[in-house]
Design a binder for this molecule. Structure first.
Ligand SMILES: Nc1ncnc2c1ncn2[C@@H]1O[C@H](COP(=O)(O)OP(=O)(O)OP(=O)(O)O)[C@@H](O)[C@H]1O
Ligand SMILES: [Mg+2]
Length: 342
């Protein structure tokens, strides 16, 4: 079985082909980051228009990369939510139309289930059950995962997502959107002792997160530093980046440890854009070693949005005979707990 995957939920157009026997045989990605950078965030209408321009050429490129023709494809997987409605509509319309023309089934995939299952594409995939920490631009969730489609939400952010907090703090430090990765690079030059940021919501029980206060804390720290030093030096920026990142990483680690204790599981999966963060990976690897457990994550290119995770997730569901009706329906808001177990 060969599945074509199409991802257009936000500002990346991703197309990939997953082959049941050979694994991933094509992967194409176009990122709109440069298009939105001038605006400091994603402009939904521009995102939709760019997906229209890029999706079909990327499908052609993916077929060419795999050395396949349209008739070699057995099913299509497309992101149908959650995400930007216009962007989702582009991928869904193209996917449904192609499936109709090629007379093959198609399935609408949940974008966060795609992120969650992305580590399955690695050579050493995690076994079920596990705790998943999903940390992306729009989500921060701790999920108990007993199998594909068997998800229980243990906790989530009550305000900003971890990636959003990274991006907003990066912006305060004068870095281009989306600044998460750049902030992390800047933090490498930071002084460990100079600033200490709070670890929000770790002093009370529960598995929810709150990151919006950290951005305010960063803003206040920046203002104070400017008052004292007259301007924000590169070193001060790096020191703030370090302290901010450390606070996010510690907070995530504390909650992961709690979730593992609560479930009794020994395996932790991290996925989504922020799971590319080196400090987070290091910290969780150390913690899991201490707990005599294991941590799993996708390779960096499959942490952020991509077509591979959608092709793979769609493959698992299409293989079970699941598919979506012919109507073009998107679900901009969609809880992962509504998915069927397979
Ligand atoms: N090394 C890094 N350190 C911290 N944050 C990072 C790093 N690399 C990427 N990010 C952040 O990851 C986010 C993008 O991830 P992703 O593409 O998974 O999110 P999204 O698709 O926009 O959101 P969602 O999946 O919730 O809809 C951005 O906020 C970006 O700053
Ligand atoms: Mg995403």
């Amino acid at each position: 079985m060969r599945i074509l995957g199409i991802e257009t939920s936000c500002d990346e157009t991703g197309v990939a082909i997953y082959d049941e026997e050979k694994g991933l045989i094509a992967n194409q990605l176009y990122t709109q980051i440069a298009l939105h950078a001038d605006y400091g965030g994603v402009v939904p209408e521009l995102a939709s228009r760019d997906h229209i321009r890029k999706t079909t050429p990327l499908i052609q490129a993916a077929l060419q990369q795999a050395g396949l023709q349209a008739e070699d494809i057995d099913g299509i997987a497309y992101t149908c939510g959650p995400g930007l409605v216009g962007a989702l509509l582009v991928g869904s319309t193209i996917a449904r139309s192609l499936a109709y023309a090629w007379n093959i089934p198609a399935i609408g995939v949940h974008h966060m289930e795609g992120h969650l299952l992305a580590p399955m594409l690695e050579d050493n995939p995690p076994q079920f059950p596990f705790v998943a920490l999903l940390v992306s631009g729009g989500h921060t969730q701790l999920v108990r995962v007993d199998g594909v489609g068997q998800y229980e939400l243990l906790g989530e952010s009550i305000d900003d997502a971890a990636g959003e907090a990274f991006d907003k703090t990066a912006k305060l430090l004068g870095l281009d959107y989306p600044g998460g990765a750049a902030l992390s690079r800047l933090a490498e030059q930071g002084n460990l002792e100079r600033f200490v940021f709070p670890r929000p919501m770790t002093d009370r029980p529960g598995l929810d997160f709150s990151f919006s206060g950290l951005k305010t804390f960063a803003a206040n720290t920046i203002n104070q530093a400017i008052k004292q030093e007259g301007e924000l030096t590169e070193q001060t920026k790096a020191d703030i980046a370090y302290a901010f990142q450390q606070a996010v990483v510690d907070t995530l680690a504390i909650k992961c440890r709690r979730a593992l204790k609560e479930t009794g599981f020994k395996r932790l999966v991290i996925a989504g854009g922020v799971s590319a963060n080196k400090q987070l990976r290091q910290s969780l690897a150390g913690m899991m070693q201490q707990l005599k457990g294991e941590v799993f994550y996708p390779q960096p290119q499959f942490c952020t949005d991509n077509g591979a995770m959608i092709a793979y997730t769609g493959f698992l569901r299409l293989k079970q005979g699941e598919h979506s009706p012919l109507e073009i329906e998107v679900k901009p808001r969609w809880a992962m707990t509504e998915l069927n177990a397979i």
